[in-house]
Design a binder for this molecule. Structure first.
Ligand SMILES: NC(=O)C1=CN([C@@H]2O[C@H](COP(=O)(O)OP(=O)(O)OC[C@H]3O[C@@H](n4cnc5c(N)ncnc54)[C@H](OP(=O)(O)O)[C@@H]3O)[C@@H](O)[C@H]2O)C=CC1
Ligand SMILES: O=C(O)C1=N[C@H](C(=O)O)C[C@H](O)C1
Length: 259
């Protein structure tokens, strides 16, 4: 099984190199715009400037890069019929549409967070959204990440928010309150709030709080090391090889029954 890594010089990309090799798969190559940053990568690993060239030598590409690459990567992988494990966050509506279009041609596993723990938190958040009435329980999501992170709120926070919204039978876009500052007025009933903190080298922390007049229930997830994302993504790559075209989630990879 030949796995390629888009964003191979990145924080997650470099861990993916180790995890692909630990899984006994072939490290087929990686993409980089800056080959001079490739120090420390295996000398035998081919480096390519773009996804089309990488796709030629792969069965599956694992992609942890930047939202700006998503449209071109989607088109390249669909054209070459190569499966895609996509971890990049901060996607616009147009970039999400490109992912869906690619999934008409190839198998795509798309997750804002490849850790098994967050996959379960999303499920629990959905169940809590369903069980706790929005006029009584205020849902707020707090996340903290390292100082280099470029998108906010995190993809995971938004995925958890979407799960709560799904449980409540509403669209997140209709109830989202992000980045409160200044004279915001009171909290809207049924709002799902987001707060994003940045600092140090925190790999990823997410809390979902449901607060009523009488009690508070909190779901917490802490990633102690970002390797958890790399091991999850490699697990997804091994799982997705040979699958039919379609959009898959980490729930599918873990084999969780539908809710
Ligand atoms: N789903 C999940 O479980 C997780 C998702 N993520 C997400 O994965 C993505 C990458 O995270 P991380 O590894 O920390 O980021 P890094 O910035 O460390 O790595 C991203 C790599 O992508 C490459 N790249 C290609 N195109 C661009 C571009 N237009 N702008 C910036 N970089 C580009 C860069 O390599 P070069 O310069 O060599 O081309 C860079 O090294 C983020 O969106 C992050 O939120 C992160 C952790 C877990
Ligand atoms: O950029 C990161 O580091 C992370 N990004 C993902 C996100 O935006 O949710 C997942 C994880 O929290 C780490």
């Amino acid at each position: 099984m030949r796995i390629g890594i888009a964003g191979i010089t990145g924080r997650v990309g470099r861990l993916l190199v180790e995890e692909v090799q630990a899984a006994g798969a072939v490290l087929a190559g990686g993409t980089t715009r800056t080959p001079d940053r490739a120090e420390g990568l295996p000398a035998a690993c081919p480096l390519f400037a773009d996804m089309s060239a990488l796709a030629e030598v792969c069965d599956v590409v694992i992609d942890f890069t930047h939202a700006d690459t998503v449209v071109a990567n989607a088109q390249a992988l669909a054209a070459k019929k190569v499966a895609w494990v996509l971890g990049t966050t901060g996607l616009s509506a147009q970039q999400n549409t490109a992912v869906l279009k690619a999934a008409e041609h190839v198998a795509v596993v798309h997750a804002a967070n490849f850790s098994p723990g967050v996959t379960l938190v999303q499920r629990l958040a959905r169940m809590m959204g369903q069980a706790l009435p929005p006029d009584a329980y205020d849902a707020e999501i707090v996340e903290m990440h390292h100082r280099q992170k470029v998108d906010a709120p995190s993809g995971t926070a938004l995925a958890i928010g979407r799960a709560v919204a799904l449980g409540r039978g509403v669209a997140l876009e209709d109830v989202r309150e992000s980045g409160r500052d200044g004279h915001t007025g009171p909290r809207r009933e049924g709002a799902i709030g987001f707060a994003a903190l940045r600092g140090g080298q925190i790999a990823g922390e997410h809390d979902v709080l449901f607060t009523s007049a009488d009690e508070q229930i909190t779901l917490s997830h802490r990633a102690f090391d970002r390797r958890i994302f790399a091991t999850g993504a490699v697990r997804a790559a091994l799982w997705v090889k040979g699958r039919e075209a379609g959009l898959y989630s980490m729930e599918d990879v873990l084999g969780l029954p539908p809710l």
